[in-house]
Design a protein around this ligand. Structure first.
Ligand code: GLY
Ligand code: MN
Ligand code: MN
Length: 466
């Protein structure tokens, strides 16, 4: 945990942004996997972690904006629990670690909330995303589970996003650690990669690195020689000479700050000319995003600039044709990159996505576009110093999408379908890095960037392959 002052200051800052009422911040509970006592790895709610720091199930917190009170709700362990779990700190001891002086049993929260509701006071809460929390909140608040979303507090959403999206120095240091773990994961994947290895052997080894050095992976790793499938979690393929392996993987530190990197490299350690040609276009798009990322630039504009690099590169290879500015305005390059350029990273790998994209990725000024490609962009708003974002351009040859666009005549004048069909066995390439927006521009996160140019990758693989 950070020093208690950090959590005290964060709660003060939240109170300063809200007028009145009661803020309800539920922590997460254990979640059963296949029978009640066999649970998934516990993951605390990130907003609860941000304000209350305690990585422990079945806690909830209230902040009374009128009286200033902060109350941590939870239950102390009984002797029966301690027999199974060993000595445990009390609720009060844990509360003290994060600067909270008032604690109460979990069941007392309902009475306090119902009393506040009876007095006509506003209860501020964020959209729940787990079944257990939804049911618990519905019962505490006397609202049907399916109606909870009608009562979500926009003021709280806006205030939480404003605070969490700007990372302070100790958060940045923590995220540097998450990036260092990711570098270890990606270089291990390069070292393990060769024909005959099963993808699962690599993904399992990456899980091991993430768990050895932190709280585990920040999302289920994507380790696939079918990199054209964007979120491919099937890891059963045997790696084949001549193919590319796409690894999209990141880690969480023990304080649950995340990283998210993608590297794509040749199974046999050497890029073919055709693979290198496509790779260098994606890398140029990644470089362009670094060139342009600075405060006050809208992220959707950086997305479009990276897409223009991709479109121009594909035109040079004969896969696209015509005016590429017009092609990008029409979203024709989305045949090859049907996703957005990136997203924020923090206590969640897609930071704060549970709060609602309208407040996290967009704002009063920016709205998600309906143009192909841009329509998949999770974040369009202006950048600010202190944000950590990913840039993750890619080029993919997705046979089903080529087929559909071809049949429907989509992107028609800009796409050379005959040439594109020559690449249907290519797979996909994505290159993802994490950057910090600084007052004057940006800087790469991770002191040791995983090898990224084709030359760096080939050299690394030649020297380290097992
Ligand atoms: N890990 C999914 C992504 O890159 O956004
Ligand atoms: Mn990723
Ligand atoms: Mn990402």
């Amino acid at each position: 945990m950070f020093d208690k002052k950090t959590y005290i200051n964060r709660r003060q800052a939240l109170k300063a942004r809200l007028k009145n009422g009661v803020v309800l911040l539920p922590g997460n509970s254990e979640s059963s996997a296949n029978y009640p006592s066999n649970t998934y790895l516990f993951r605390q709610d990130s907003t609860f972690l941000y304000f209350f720091g305690l990585n422990h199930p079945d806690y909830a917190a209230l902040i009374d904006l009128d009286s200033g009170e902060e109350i941590l709700y939870g239950d102390d362990y009984s002797i029966d629990d301690i027999i199974w779990m060993g000595p445990q700190p009390t609720l009060a001891e844990q509360a003290e670690q994060v600067g909270v002086t008032r604690t109460a049993p979990l069941q007392a929260i309902e009475e306090r909330l119902k009393k506040a509701i009876g007095q006509g006071r506003r209860i501020h809460f964020l959209p729940p995303y787990r079944g257990e929390t939804t049911l618990r909140m519905a019962s505490w608040l006397g609202i049907q589970p399916q109606r909870l979303s009608d009562y979500v507090s926009v003021e709280l959403a806006v205030a939480v996003v404003a605070l969490r999206e700007i990372k302070d120095d100790q958060e940045i240091a923590e995220m540097e650690r998450a990036c260092a773990i990711a570098t270890e994961m990606h270089t291990l994947a390069m070292a393990m990669c060769r024909p005959g290895v099963v993808e699962q052997q690599i993904s399992g080894a990456l899980d091991g690195v993430a768990l050895r050095a932190g709280a585990g992976v920040s999302f289920p790793s994507i380790v696939s020689q079918n990199g054209e499938t964007l979120h491919n979690h099937y890891h059963g393929n045997v790696l084949t000479d001549g193919r590319l392996l796409l690894v999209d993987a990141g880690a969480e530190t023990n304080l649950n700050y995340c990283s998210d990197f993608t590297r794509t490299f040749p199974v046999n350690g050497r890029f073919t000319t055709r693979q290198k040609e496509v790779y260098d276009i994606v890398l140029a798009a990644n470089d362009r995003a670094f060139e342009l990322s600075r405060p006050d630039v809208c992220y959707w504009q950086i997305h479009n600039a990276a897409c223009l690099v991709i479109a121009e590169g594909l035109k040079a290879l004969g896969l696209m044709q015509g005016d590429m500015q017009e092609a990008v305005a029409a979203g024709a390059q989305a045949l090859f990159m049907p996703h957005g350029l990136g997203h924020q990273v923090g206590l969640d790998v897609h930071d704060m996505e549970n709060i609602g994209e309208k407040y996290v990725g967009y704002d009063e000024e920016t709205l998600r576009s309906s143009t192909p490609g841009l329509s998949s962009l999770r974040m369009g708003k202006r950048l600010k110093p202190g944000q950590v974002i990913t840039v993750e351009p890619g080029i993919y040859f997705i046979p089903a999408l080529v087929d559909k666009w071809g049949k429907e005549g989509l992107g028609g004048e800009f796409i050379n379908y005959a040439r594109v069909r020559e690449y249907l066995d290519f797979g996909g390439i994505r290159i993802e890095d994490n950057l910090l927006v600084t007052p004057t521009g940006n800087r790469l996160m991770g002191k040791h960037r995983p090898p990224v140019t084709t030359e760096e990758i080939e050299t690394y693989m030649a020297e380290h392959r097992q």
